[in-house]
Ligand binder design. Structure first.
Ligand code: C2E
Ligand code: MG
Ligand code: MG
Ligand code: MG
Length: 282
């Protein structure tokens, strides 16, 4: 569209922008190798079921620890990978590691599930569903233990085929979750179309719901809407225990955020789950 074209023209006249574009390209040329070398890994952020305060699932978040540059934000390298057709390879890597983690975690937590973020681009990939099933079979993980998170804009942009892919994944038993809910457009149309079992209220509403009345109303009405459509609600960006308490009173299903736990490596997540189990037995 017009605004984007303007942006591109401007980009080439701006040295800082040019440098940024060059940096992104050099990142991309290193991405495949980085995956091979183990510089890319998954952090897992715990998700708490509020009715009994149990950690029942986690979100897998991609991390790139560059040997010289240090940690690179997923926002940065995922956007770059999307723009240059490297997102398929990255997604396959993330799905492989996430499903492997589910298999490990379910040894001690039989109902545990893990959510993976899926780029909008991936929805037009005709073989994605087969690759997901292949990995689930390989690790002996039931489809229902894998959740695929989509942002609101993702499926709205696509054609009918994108929705067919989602329906196919859903029919296989994979769960679909709508990420960053409330920040996109056409939210009601989207909700009707996407076969999701879960809605994640965006952290921008959750963080400020105790101070800002309209944010509180947004969270409240999303919970009501989701429940009336028989879907679960996850609140993201829960940073303090007061918000956690309030969400529990509001009958929100799941909380995710620093108050529950930061994203950590698989070993650390397993230790956390073990500590929680020991405490509940005592
Ligand atoms: P997201 O899926 O909405 O993930 C939530 C982000 O919020 C994560 O940032 C997480 O670390 C952060 N967060 C969690 N709790 C809190 C909190 O209480 N307060 C605050 N301020 N932040 C919190 P992260 O890991 O930097 O990821 C950013 C985004 O990058 C993700 O947003 C997701 O859209 C994307 N992303 C991450 N991993 C992947 C991936 O493997 N594939 C794709 N396609 N996208 C990914
Ligand atoms: Mg997400
Ligand atoms: Mg989100
Ligand atoms: Mg986000």
């Amino acid at each position: 569209d017009e605004a984007e074209d303007e942006g591109i023209k401007w980009k080439y006249h701006d040295p800082a922008r040019q440098q940024e574009a060059a940096w992104k390209l050099s990142l991309l040329s290193q991405l495949d190798k980085a995956i091979e070398n183990g510089e890319v890994w998954l952090a897992f952020q715990p998700q708490m079921r509020l009715k009994d305060r149990k950690i029942v699932s986690a979100e897998a978040l991609a991390r790139w620890t560059h040997p010289e540059k240090g940690p690179i934000s997923p926002i940065e390298f995922i956007a770059a990978a999307e723009q240059h057709d490297r997102i398929g390879a990255l997604t396959d890597f993330v799905i492989d590691r996430a499903v492997e983690a589910i298999a490990q975690l379910r040894q001690s937590e039989p109902d545990f599930s893990v959510a993976v973020n899926l780029s909008a681009r991936m929805l037009s990939d005709r073989t994605l569903a087969d690759r997901v099933v292949e990995r689930l079979t390989h690790y002996g993980v039931p489809a229902k233990a894998l959740v695929l998170e989509l942002t609101e804009t993702a499926a709205m942009e696509g054609d009918g085929a994108d929705l067919d892919l989602l329906a196919r994944l859903r029919d296989l038993g994979v769960q679909i979750s709508i990420d960053d809910y409330g920040t996109g457009l056409s939210t009601l149309e989207y909700l009707k179309k996407v076969p999701a079992s879960e809605i994640k209220v965006d952290q921008s509403f959750v963080k400020s719901m105790r101070e800002n009345r309209s944010d509180l109303i947004m969270v409240q009405s999303t919970i009501a809407l989701a429940h009336s459509l028989d879907r679960k609600v996850v609140a993201e960006g829960v940073e303090d225990s007061q918000v956690l308490e309030q969400l529990t009173m509001m009958k929100c299903d799941i909380a995710q955020g620093y108050a529950v736990g930061r994203p950590v490596g698989i070993a650390e997540l397993r230790r956390r789950l073990q500590r929680d189990r020991a405490r509940n037995v005592a």
